[in-house]
Design a protein around this ligand. Structure first.
Ligand code: SF4
Length: 795
């Protein structure tokens, strides 16, 4: 009886769900929930507009500005003191409104903030426990496991949050960027986050920038936060997305155009008539993946869908204020963009990007040929949807519309199917509206509201070690090893709709727009295009109460921060030594890296994430993904003291123990990928004062500077070819280092025709250090400088 009842109930849910798809909700008829206290999240628009008008008049003679420029310049630390802004050159000193951190990166931030000696954070700050939950059994079970395995980390972060007045979101509450979008983002605000997909909040008109932990410490310690004034790429959207295309396809397509380096040093700002056709969460997806083209961040102007989303998430006071300042929240008429790209949404087709890089973009209609040409096995092992990039109500309702069609025809997915809700609010709303039940009926496994497989926290049991296989995800990043630690997993990125439909076929060559499957009666079945509500008709369901963040009004200095003395995951930080005041001599090239070297290669995630708070232990993964140009091997370098080969961290430690400092020589865009501060901390800890590269990814370059490592760039790109592992390096120009002044590198190396003899020659390098950043280098790190200033003010 109980079973019949439950089947009937589920039919009812199914029917209701299908009926709800018949029409797209009129946003103006959505229920308006009780507003929450918005005092800490509403930008001080009057002050921002005043700041902007000072800068716009004084520096730009009143000329029109883009939205990104307006928001940045309105947040200048001292708008009356700046005299000139040259994009790509001037370092802006900024005052962010907010800081957000995830559990993996925040550990080091807190350890550093502790050294700064302040009673509470200077700006509203939140911590989100999302990265340390391994996906295995699904949902709450995995959260419970994480609460045991990462207890010391969560206890540490919770106690530190209480001490310093930080809002703490416990494991299972949701993924940082989804929570920020639902709770903290506000049009025209400036926030920074210690995660590279912080730009997600650009979908709600926020300039949100992914930074290293040291930058977060700056903002939390009320020190001006520095950013080189970015150039602005204007992306003009016209038309309207057709049925199968989704916002994800806008950025997948753009990634193919711009490549992983094309956005470096730029903010991507969207404009044009097409933006009014997009949902707020769809715009967040687009901004989220702007990180994949190296953009500083991405942003949309204030739209009616942002207004609706703010109201639906209990922030209509913010929406009301934003409406009053609407002219601040869009580009001025005739604003100048440094580059303009136009995308006609009406012509855009779904795309699939990958494998192994997010800019390898293929339109869906050409994807089957692409797969065949490459000789890949025509099989999808798993389809994964959700994550911070694509787990909005709209995403889930469109996906469920496809699954409901298949369910009706008795068609089940051929591949494993996983769903990651971005927050407990989304999870609860999906459950209430019957989406979860439909997804589960076809075997979909709903994972915890956490990063899980997106960051390698995925206990996979369906493949052998190193087995070549393909997965399709609606995530944002697809570097090798990213999802499951298996370098042979080909990971393709697509919209949640395309991932879902292709998961039913289980084949890479299946095109849901044109191809058919076979239904339970042996008849051909073709998906109709997906549809769904932008926002829930009955409002968002509140997540479970115990997932609400801790409410804080101020720090509590009497709270003891919990660090177990025998921990192998948390370790108090020691300040790095200050610069010795001389030129460097006798540095050794530890490795000349060939090709792509992302922060995943420099400091791998996956199983290493658990050592984030323990610098000594996590340093055992330093550069283990780097390809050695001398021997074409990954993580194998020659120890010049012993003459033997060893792993990179082993040899680096050996040099450190023998008081030999070392350098890395790198190719283009060194350090692209996640804003992983450890990638800088670890090399510094193991004894690296200088890295010479053909070019650096922005966030990593700044992270290196913060930790007292000098990033130098070959003046002549070909000089990269002159260096090899084991070369002996000296510097000329560190004494008297100035912004814009070149540094000479003197290289002593074995002669190729006679290994007993040496040759010596000089090459020139440049750098992007500002005066402030040179002070960081001199003091050994930015944090050393902050601590010394704290001491001098408290004397
Ligand atoms: Fe988490 Fe992935 Fe989003 Fe990063 S990109 S916050 S790992 S879900």
């Amino acid at each position: 009886m109980a079973q019949t009842q439950s089947i009937n109930q589920s039919r009812l849910i199914h029917l209701n769900f299908r009926r709800s798809l018949a029409t797209i909700t009129d946003q103006s008829k959505l229920p308006i929930p009780e507003p929450k206290d918005c005092s800490k999240i509403t930008p001080n628009y009057a002050k921002l507009v005043e700041n902007l008008s000072i800068v716009q008049k004084r520096i730009f003679g009143g000329q029109p500005l883009t939205l990104a420029e307006k928001i940045l310049y309105a947040h200048l630390w001292n708008p009356k003191e700046i005299n000139k802004i040259v994009k790509g050159e001037t370092y802006l000193q900024l005052k962010p409104d907010r800081v957000a951190m995830q559990d993996a990166s925040s550990q080091t931030v807190i350890l550093q903030f502790m050294l700064a000696g302040m009673p509470e954070t200077a700006v509203p700050t939140s911590i989100h426990c999302d990265h340390l939950i391994e996906a295995y059994e699904g949902g709450d079970k995995d959260v419970k496991t994480a609460e045991v395995t990462s207890k010391e980390i969560f206890d540490f972060l919770k106690s530190a949050s209480e001490k310093y007045g930080i809002e703490f979101w416990k494991p299972g509450s949701g993924i940082i960027h989804q929570i920020v979008l639902e709770n903290y983002a506000a049009p025209g605000a400036l926030m920074i986050g210690t995660d590279s997909h912080t730009p997600n909040a650009g979908g709600l008109g926020t300039i949100a920038i992914g930074v290293g932990g040291a930058d977060a410490v700056d903002a939390m310690a009320d020190i001006p936060w520095e950013l080189k004034a970015p150039k602005i790429i204007g992306v003009k959207l016209i038309g309207k997305l057709n049925d199968w295309a989704s916002p994800k396809d806008v950025i997948l397509h753009l990634a193919g155009k711009l490549t992983v380096r094309g956005g470096t040093g730029h903010i991507i700002e969207y404009f044009g008539t097409g933006i009014e056709t997009l949902s707020c969460t769809g715009m967040a997806t687009i901004c989220n993946m702007g990180a994949e083209v190296g953009a500083t961040t991405s942003v949309f102007p204030f739209t009616s869908s942002m207004h609706s989303y703010l109201s639906a998430t209990r922030r209509h006071p913010v929406a009301k204020q934003a409406t009053s300042y609407a002219s601040y929240l869009k580009a001025d008429v005739n604003a100048h963009y440094d580059q303009i790209i136009e995308i006609n949404l009406s012509e855009l087709e779904p795309h699939i990007n990958g494998p192994f890089t997010p800019d390898l973009s293929t339109p869906l209609s050409k994807f089957a040929d692409f797969v065949t040409k490459n000789g890949w096995k025509d099989e999808i092992k798993a389809g994964l949807i959700g994550s911070c990039t694509n787990s909005s109500y709209q995403d889930m309702s469109r996906v469920t519309s496809l699954v409901a069609q298949a369910l009706d025809k008795g068609v089940n997915p051929k591949s494993d199917f996983f769903i990651t809700p971005g927050s407990d609010q989304i999870r609860a709303t999906m459950e209430r509206d019957g989406q979860t039940e439909i997804l589960q009926k076809v075997g979909g496994r709903v994972l915890a509201n956490a990063c899980g497989p997106c960051i390698g926290q995925w206990k996979r049991t369906d493949i052998q070690e190193n087995e070549e296989n393909a997965i399709l995800t609606s995530f944002n990043r697809n570097f090798k090893n990213r999802n499951d630690g298996n370098p042979s997993t080909m990971n393709f990125l697509a919209s949640p709709e395309i991932v879902t439909a292709m998961t039913f076929a289980g084949r890479l060559t299946f095109n849901p727009l044109t191809d058919t499957l076979v239904d339970k009666d042996g008849k051909p079945f073709q998906f109709s295009s997906p549809s769904g509500d932008e926002l829930p008709k009955h409002g968002f369901e509140k997540g479970r109460e115990f997932y609400e963040p801790t409410q804080v009004s101020a720090g509590n200095p009497s709270t003891q921060i919990v660090i177990p003395s025998d921990s192998n995951r948390l370790q108090l930080l020691e300040p790095f030594p200050i610069w010795h005041g001389s030129e460097f001599h006798g540095l050794r090239v530890l490795i000349k890296v060939k090709g792509k070297c992302t922060t995943d290669h420099i400091s791998a995630a996956g199983r290493w994430l658990k050592f984030k708070g323990h610098l000594e232990n996590i340093s055992n993964n330093t550069l283990i993904g780097a390809l050695n140009a001398d021997n074409e091997k990954v993580n194998v370098v020659r120890n010049v003291l012993t003459g033997e080969d060893g792993s990179i961290p082993e040899v680096a430690r050996y040099y450190k123990e023998n008081n030999i400092q070392w350098i890395v020589v790198a190719d283009h865009n060194y350090g692209e990928g996640s804003a992983r501060e450890h990638a800088a901390l670890q090399v510094r800890y193991l004894g690296c004062p200088i890295i010479i590269a053909r070019s650096f990814a922005r966030i990593h370059e700044t992270n290196l500077k913060k930790q007292g490592v000098l990033p130098l760039i070959f003046k002549n790109d070909d000089d990269y070819n002159l260096l090899s592992g084991g070369d002996i390096i000296s510097t000329v120009g560190i004494i008297g280092l100035e912004p814009g002044k070149d540094v000479t590198i003197r290289i002593r190396k074995e002669k190729s025709d006679d290994k007993k003899k040496f040759e010596e020659f000089d090459i020139l390098t440049k750098h992007t250090m500002s005066e402030n950043q040179i002070e960081w280098f001199v003091m050994g790190s930015a944090l050393n400088l902050i601590a010394s200033k704290q001491k001098s003010t408290s004397i």
